[in-house]
Design a protein around this ligand. Sequence first.
Ligand SMILES: *Cc1c(COP(=O)(O)O)cnc(C)c1O
Length: 224
Amino acid sequence: MELLQENYLRIIERINNAKENSGRGKEEITVIAVTKGISPERIKEAASLGINHFGENRVQEVLPKMEVLPDQLTWHFIGHLQSNKVKDVLPRFSLVHSLDRLSLAKEINKRSKKAKRITEALVQVNVAKEKSKFGLAVTELEGFIEKVVENFPNIKIKGLMTIAPYEEDPQEARPVFRELKDLARQIKVPGAELKELSMGMSNDFEVAVEEGATMVRIGSALFR
Ligand SMILES: *Cc1c(COP(=O)(O)O)cnc(C)c1O
């Protein structure tokens, strides 16, 4: 068996075990293959295994790769998004995971309106309050969602995203994931749907699944 296929099957097995452990056996979890630094050839190989969701965090890197990849792949924008890149991202990505400020919401709304479309987005939350990471503070989240719903009708908020601090022991990430889930449950803003939870990466995806992730973003564990 090819290494990539082996890695993928192992990841699926680990996700299934985490679902069993937490009583989420029947729920769908979307595996997003993170392809930063990965060649189009390997992305095609991943697609041939049945992986359909791909994530990138740099617009400049992914656009040339998309040129040579099949159109039917679903792309997730998972990195910090500069407002001047919104016009390149919107036509090509199905979901923006990194909505983190009103100026970005304003630009996404403007471009979406122009294109007569609704852009789906997750709000990025800096649960662990890391200085090096983007995302809203927990205390700002509800007010931010209210403002987006009120002012930017061409954005549809579908959930929350977070990046847990890297820890040797993935159990350390559990409180971060649990807090994101609690926030999604507690915050009730009419017009925003906080159903999707994008959390968990190569090092901590099982814990994230146990805590309610609906999407995991996996790079190195797949493409190593
Ligand atoms: C790179 C990246 C990932 C994947 O990280 P791995 O540890 O390689 O799985 C997930 N999410 C974001 C936002 C990333 O930038």
